[in-house]
Design a protein around this ligand. Structure first.
Ligand code: PLP
Length: 426
């Protein structure tokens, strides 16, 4: 057996992994020209200017065609997209929203900023929201929406989730911030529930540094999303053939409008999506198949759709947290940077959520007198508590070559065998 680096052996890779920003590492001349042109044309605002290019419109049309969904709205961030989606659904003070325990703070954060309170569903071996846990939480009639989050490109079990949501009559928001381009049974992730939200922040599959989008098939939800994101107005009714009277339908909103500079970058990024996904999926499959063949005991995240993932991260579930940490440490020495997500903890363990602290001095929205009070304790999500600290994610950059995939698999096999992982218990 080959020696580990920690025992004086040669590293599996001579270089660290490339930075894990899929779209970010592809930013180039095209994005620079498209955004620069908007500036040189002195028209960075999406709705008017002296020499409009309508980059945000073009982006919305590209997403609409790609995702096969009629309504797309560019916004300023993934967090803004979530707030807009919640407000489109009419969620607000006195409501509860189901959120998975394993997600980025922005998901429950957007719920709180919408004046509602998140309640946390547990995860299953996909490390995504568990349908059974949703079903249980829906017994509380103060729950008014469900947010699903396919973590790092791996799909949620949408058939099961949709049937539970329909049974209870509760709408589903798909937060696909980490999974742009993933498909579930052939459908673009984000188009299965009532409304989907995308992010174009730096870590995401495609990026303009910041940016987001809301997608839906529902004309009424779309109109409400547009109005919320633009101070209550709806300027492009004729673009969608929607007739709507402002006197009757306007409500107080926000400003979450996407800039044309962002739009210009994202039009060019979107053209790269298939190329990025193609390489990531090929490397993902190559590494996963080699590991599965050489390490019969290895456990991967369950994949509710085993072809639709983005391929941006391969999730490996180790027997316990101590072994997972050793696995990570030894692989770092091999120049293979795997890591757990979110410090290995459910999101509600972060102090701002755990202590239910907001910027509001009167404690809104947590101060609402719910019939069933909301408290956050680890016991409510035992699977997340058990699985999150022992799930290690291998980032898969579109810059990785076939040779990189061979070396990465070899390094993981070396470390896995030397730790005798298949012999160890949880
Ligand atoms: C990144 C992210 C967001 C927020 O996106 P921003 O564009 O950073 O506001 C929301 N949800 C999830 C799951 C994310 O990973």
């Amino acid at each position: 057996m080959e020696k580990l680096v920690v025992d004086g052996g040669r590293p599996a890779r001579s270089e660290p992994m490339p930075p894990a920003y899929p779209g970010g590492m592809m930013l180039g001349q095209e994005e620079a020209e498209a955004s620069g042109a908007v500036v040189l044309d002195q028209s960075p605002f999406r709705y008017y200017g002296p020499n409009m290019r309508y980059a945000v419109q073009q982006l919305e049309d590209m997403i609409s065609a790609y995702a096969e969904i009629p309504y797309v709205l560019g916004v300023t961030s993934g967090t803004a997209a979530l707030v807009v989606a919640l407000k489109a659904l009419g969620v607000g003070y006195g409501d509860k929203v189901i959120v998975p325990a394993n997600t980025f703070l922005a998901t429950p954060g957007a719920v709180v900023c919408s004046q509602a309170v998140p309640v946390f569903a547990d995860v299953d071996d996909s490390l995504n929201i568990s349908p059974e846990s949703i079903d249980k939480l829906c017994e509380d009639d103060e729950v008014k929406a469900i947010i699903t989050v396919p973590i790092l490109g791996n799909l949620c079990d949408m058939d099961a989730i949709q049937s539970i949501a329909k049974k209870w009559g509760i709408p589903v928001i798909e937060d696909i911030a980490q999974s742009c381009g993933a498909t579930y049974k052939g459908s673009f992730a984000g188009t299965i529930g009532d409304i989907g939200t995308l992010s174009f922040q730096m870590n995401k599959v495609l990026t303009a540094g910041e940016g987001g989008a809301v997608i839906t098939r529902d004309a009424n939800l779309f109109e409400r999303a547009v109005r919320y994101h633009d101070q209550g107005s709806f300027r492009e009714k004729s673009r969608y053939g929607i007739v709507s009277d402002d006197e009757e339908n306007a409500f107080v909103g926000q400003n979450y409008r996407m800039s044309e500079v962002t739009g210009g970058v994202l039009v060019e990024q979107w053209k790269r999506l298939n190329g990025i996904l193609g390489v990531m999926r090929a490397r993902y499959i190559a590494i996963q198949q080699t590991l599965a063949a050489e390490l019969p005991g290895i456990k991967f995240r369950v994949e509710p759709d085993s072809t639709g993932y983005t391929g941006s991260h391969l999730g490996m579930i180790l027997p316990n947290a101590a072994i997972a940490n050793q696995f990570m440490e030894y692989l770092y020495a091999e120049n293979i940077q795997v890591y757990p997500l979110y410090g290995g903890k459910p999101v509600f363990m972060l102090p701002q959520l755990l202590h239910q602290r907001t910027a509001d001095v009167k404690g809104s929205p947590f101060a609402y007198p719910f019939r069933k009070p909301v408290i956050y304790t680890p016991d409510s999500c035992p699977n997340a508590v058990s699985l999150m600290p022992r799930t290690m994610y291998l980032p898969i950059s579109p810059l990785l070559t076939e040779q990189d995939a061979v070396e990465i698999a070899a390094g993981i096999i070396k470390v896995y065998r030397s730790l005798n992982i298949s012999e160890q218990k949880g």
